[in-house]
Design a protein around this ligand. Structure first.
Ligand code: PEP
Length: 246
């Protein structure tokens, strides 16, 4: 294993006061092989970058366009300008509540890479697909459509939709098995010489992080609820750091 990635997704939560409180509590011995980033809502990117220089910055989304008459949109160039190293693309909440299609997601990946921001492509099956045993086909299809036109420089987050914000987590075996499938599909689409890190997301917390990070195909975590409090996010970071040194 080379690096682990830990990305907190604050979704539509946060305030300047909450960021200051988070930063005051944040105390973590940096591990050069652990990259920690937080994705706050757009208006707080700059404040977070100033208050918490120990963490990298991620955006939660980006436009397919670099600029133009697209009211309400934020481009990958703009988040790069604010210091973002990463941008989430195709989060299931964007797919579900904003009708983001595989075609749009493929364009956003290209837009992020063109702006020099590493996209974090989110994929994952709904509960019905898991119950029908169709999860592998769903995720392979999402990858085939998203990765058709991009360069190998990206991260992928496997986020089974039934595990996001529900308290249900994929078992370490379920996560590891799907990550192996994703690695194989990505190698066939982008070439085997590029190791694409695969993060797990879905109710990761301080109690289940150890077992997930111990999985050979799990290269990090995308964390929603448990990233909102410094204490729980630090505990997950400790777990990742421990895993890297053992
Ligand atoms: C997410 O938002 O990507 C996520 C995984 O959320 P949670 O950890 O709360 O399930």
């Amino acid at each position: 294993m080379t690096n682990l990635y830990l990305i907190g997704n604050w979704k539509q939560h946060g305030s300047r006061a909450a960021i200051q409180a988070f930063a005051q509590q944040w105390s973590f011995d940096a591990n050069p092989r652990l990259r920690i980033a937080i994705a706050p809502p757009f208006p707080y990117l700059q404040t977070l970058g100033e208050e918490l220089p120990d963490c990298e910055l991620a955006a939660q989304d980006c436009s397919v366009y670099a600029q133009g008459a697209f009211t309400g949109e934020v481009s990958a160039e703009m988040v790069a300008d604010l210091g973002c190293q990463f941008v989430l693309v195709g989060h299931s909440e964007r797919r579900q509540y904003h009708d983001e299609t595989d075609e749009l997601i493929a364009k956003k990946l290209v837009a992020a890479q063109s702006a020099g921001v590493t996209p974090v492509l989110c994929v994952g099956e709904q509960q019905a697909a898991r119950e029908a045993g169709e999860q592998e086909g769903v995720v392979r299809a999402q990858l085939r459509s998203a990765l058709a036109t991009i360069q190998p420089n990206l991260l992928i987050a496997y986020e089974p939709v039934w595990a996001i914000g529900t308290g249900l987590t994929a078992t370490p075996d379920q996560a590891n098995d799907m990550h192996a499938v994703i690695k194989q599909e990505v190698a066939s689409l982008l070439g085997a010489s590029h190791a694409t890190p695969i993060l797990y997301g879905g109710s990761v917390n301080a109690d289940n992080a150890d077992a997930l990070f111990a999985c050979p195909h799990v290269d990090g975590a995308l964390v929603g609820g448990a990233s909102l409090e410094a204490a729980s996010f630090m505990a997950i970071a400790q777990s990742a750091s421990y895993n890297l040194s053992h």
